[in-house]
Design a protein around this ligand. Structure first.
Ligand code: NAD
Length: 326
């Protein structure tokens, strides 16, 4: 990565997700330069104008423009949110073929610019799209990150916080696995402040019921379906999740986030990108944390990885020779 004082982000795909992220970035003053790329150039230009006109009210200044792939050259992060989204009732996996096709030109054009930063992928099905970016780019595995289950984890923490009457930021629980139908909550690892949820339930049987709590995992899993049914797409939450990951990277925070990254033997899983707690900083994902899962939870994670592996294999995308980076 070229380290400069100028924090530069390129967004590819200026739809609901890309622009919710851009809007949140401007409001947080989280970078110095924002470049918007879309196959619909006019749309990118209109979005850049609209955001620029809000700068007078922003907390800090920022350069915002519609650009092209040569702008990726000195970017710190290229965020990909291009592609089709789910229609009501549609699974994320059903988007795969359409989105895989458009990624070939996006990733090739980005790499051709000389880009050496970090790819951050939001397009669904995000775990497989992250793997595709890794294969097509030849980038080191730490530098290709998907949003994984960061949004699902945020949804879980919000609902658990509401249930226990505790600030979601003091809920330490994760959704792991595929960002999709095989994701799950490893309840053995879920803490409310410093106590496991099972302990809290045992200590307060009159107030909290573990069987009831376990159903929250399904509520989280189905959240996107319910939002899409109601308003056609989900975007604010993922926009803010992308900002959170961006800040962890640019600030070298070494924050633990359930992003999707390439597993290399962790949990006995090899060769897929999947959401597990990872340490995220300036060099991307530097560590994948191995939770002490129960046997049943480990099986669920491996089944989720198997599903992603089998679905990816059907696409038959060949891995590019890894490229050396400075
Ligand atoms: P959208 O249709 O509003 O926007 C997609 C944008 O991509 C459009 O502006 C389109 O012109 C652009 N585009 C299409 N092909 C392109 C190409 N080849 N090059 C450049 N731009 C191109 O869709 P959306 O609601 O913003 O969703 C985008 C993606 O994000 C979908 O795949 C959706 O499922 C996914 N998503 C992911 C999460 C998550 O948690 N990871 C959450 C919500 C949505």
């Amino acid at each position: 990565m070229i380290i400069t004082e100028n924090r530069k982000i390129v967004i590819i795909g200026c739809g609901f997700v890309g622009m919710s992220y851009a809007y949140a970035m401007v409001n947080r003053g989280a970078c110095d330069e924002l470049v918007l790329i879309d196959i619909d150039r006019k749309r990118a230009e209109g979005e850049a104008m609209d955001l620029n006109h809000g700068l007078a009210f922003a907390s800090s200044n920022m350069k915002i423009k519609a650009g092209n792939y040569s702008d990726c050259f000195d970017a710190d992060i290229v965020v990909i949110a291009a592609g089709v989204g789910q229609k009501p009732g549609e699974t994320r996996i059903s988007l795969l073929e359409r989105n895989a096709k458009i990624f070939e030109s996006i990733v090739n054009d980005t790499v051709r610019s000389g880009f050496q930063g970090i790819f951050l992928v939001a397009t669904n099905p995000v775990d497989i799209m992250t793997n595709i970016v890794m294969k097509l780019s030849g980038f080191p595995k730490n530098k290709v990150i998907g949003t994984g289950t960061t949004l699902d984890t945020a949804r879980l923490r919000f609902i658990l916080g509401d249930y226990f009457g505790i600030d979601p930021r003091n809920v330490h629980a994760y959704v792991i696995g595929e960002h999709g139908d095989s994701e799950f909550v490893p309840w053995s690892q879920a803490l409310i402040t410093t106590k496991t949820i099972t302990t809290v339930c045992t200590q307060h049987p009159d107030r909290f019921d573990f069987d009831e709590i376990k159903q929250i995992g399904d509520v989280v899993k189905d959240a996107a379906y319910r939002i899409i049914e109601a308003k056609k797409a989900t975007y604010y939450g993922i926009g803010m999740a992308l900002v959170r990951i961006t800040k962890a990277i640019l600030g070298d925070e070494r924050s633990v986030l359930t992003v999707s990254s390439y597993l290399n033997g962790e949990y006995g899983i090899n060769g897929v990108c999947i959401g597990v707690p990872c340490v995220v900083g300036r060099n991307g994902v530097t560590e994948r944390i191995e939770l002490s899962l129960s046997d049943e939870e480990l099986k669920k994670l491996r089944d989720s990885a198997d599903f992603l592996m089998k679905t990816s294999e059907q696409l038959g995308i060949k891995e590019k020779t890894p490229i050396k980076q400075l």
